[in-house]
Design a protein around this ligand. Structure first.
Ligand SMILES: NC(=O)c1ccc[n+]([C@@H]2O[C@H](COP(=O)([O-])OP(=O)(O)OC[C@H]3O[C@@H](n4cnc5c(N)ncnc54)[C@H](OP(=O)(O)O)[C@@H]3O)[C@@H](O)[C@H]2O)c1
Length: 310
């Protein structure tokens, strides 16, 4: 089968499209013939030997976690041959998604909603789970909460806006001016152009901030949250010094990491099905064009998701 192996941690030239042995499933797994997959910034960090590289001991490394496809063989009572499924396989671990076939953990998948294309459902895995888990599990958004989402036009941000609205929040989001219409179209109540103004000069009384950006933005977010409020930072570490600053202001700040979960994927599937959650696809590449996909994502200007077709 076709696969992309990572010859060594490092630059894009280490991504090699090759013929590789089709995986063999074990109990609890299904063999998925991949129709579409998607890339995330963690793929790039891990390719460089950072990210979740330490979790992957087997060689060769096959990057990627987000898959959508058709079950070809099942060793799980949950799915049978022919089922259309999607999910984030084995994160944080060896996802092996950059391939024509993936041996996927059945309990980390959901049935794909019929009317949703594989391209769209592949886009709604890691990024959608991250938004869902942070807004409903690590923190519980309540109706009427004032929520700030940094980077509302990105993979995670565009799902987080929509999910926060489903949960009844008042949503303010940052992006460049070019993406203002896009984020307001997703349901955001207010937009802040991060290039034109400092958000901390404009905002007060936020209950919750989802920081998809760096630690400097996490620190600046301290100024906009009410006492008792929470900042979750997913894009960077939260230093002890920053935690101390937050504590002295009566705020909570912490970092989270998304986890594979079949039950959370089923929630995503429900929202895709009832159209309360939509996937915006920035671009679609062939798996052969993996280098171009990594280079585009590294540019930091992706709107929604980049999808690959094997
Ligand atoms: N901890 C976890 O579990 C977890 C899970 C998922 C993702 N992450 C991390 O979260 C980060 C975001 O992931 P992603 O998939 O959303 O990335 P992404 O899709 O690559 O994000 C791109 C978006 O970021 C926006 N952006 C760039 N600079 C910005 C700034 N200063 N303020 C506001 N928006 C800005 C861009 O908007 P403009 O084009 O309008 O500038 C662009 O739309 C990455 O570092 C990723 O590794 C962590």
């Amino acid at each position: 089968m076709k696969a992309v192996i990572l010859k060594d941690f490092g630059g894009v030239s280490n991504l090699q499209v090759t013929e590789f042995t089709k995986p063999i499933i074990v109990k609890g797994q299904v063999l998925v013939k991949i129709s579409a997959l998607s890339v995330n910034p963690i793929d790039i960090k891990t390719r460089e030997g950072k990210g979740v590289a330490d979790y992957i001991t087997e060689r060769p490394v096959i990057l990627g976690w987000d898959i959508s496809g058709i079950v070809e063989e099942s060793s799980s009572p949950d799915f049978e041959k022919g089922d259309e499924v999607f999910g984030m396989n084995n994160y944080p671990g060896h996802g092996k998604a950059y391939a024509a076939y993936v041996a996927a953990e059945a309990n980390q998948l959901s049935l794909k909603p019929g009317p949703i294309s594989h391209e769209q459902s592949a886009g709604a895995c890691l990024a959608a789970l991250t938004a869902w888990q942070n807004l409903t599990t690590h923190h519980h958004i309540k109706k009427g909460d004032r929520v700030l989402i940094h980077g509302g036009s990105g993979g995670v941000g565009h799902f987080a806006i929509q999910i926060a609205k489903v949960l009844g929040a008042y949503v303010i989001t940052t992006s460049s001016f070019e993406n203002r219409k896009f984020v307001l179209g997703l349901g955001a109540d207010e937009h802040i152009d991060y290039k034109a103004v400092h958000f901390e000069d404009e905002l007060r009384n936020m209950d919750f901030v989802l920081n998809t950006q760096n630690e400097f933005i996490a620190e600046r977010s301290l100024f906009v949250v009410s006492a008792g409020g929470t900042i979750i930072s997913i894009g960077s570490e939260v230093s002890e010094e920053l935690k101390d600053k937050a504590t002295s202001l009566g705020l909570n700040i912490f970092r989270t990491r998304v986890r594979s979960s079949g039950s959370d994927m089923r929630k995503i599937a429900e929202m895709l099905e009832d159209r309360s959650l939509k996937v915006h696809i920035d671009s679609i590449f062939a798996l052969d064009e993996i280098v171009r996909a990594h280079e585009k994502l590294s540019g930091g200007k992706t709107v929604g998701k980049i999808v690959l077709i094997p």
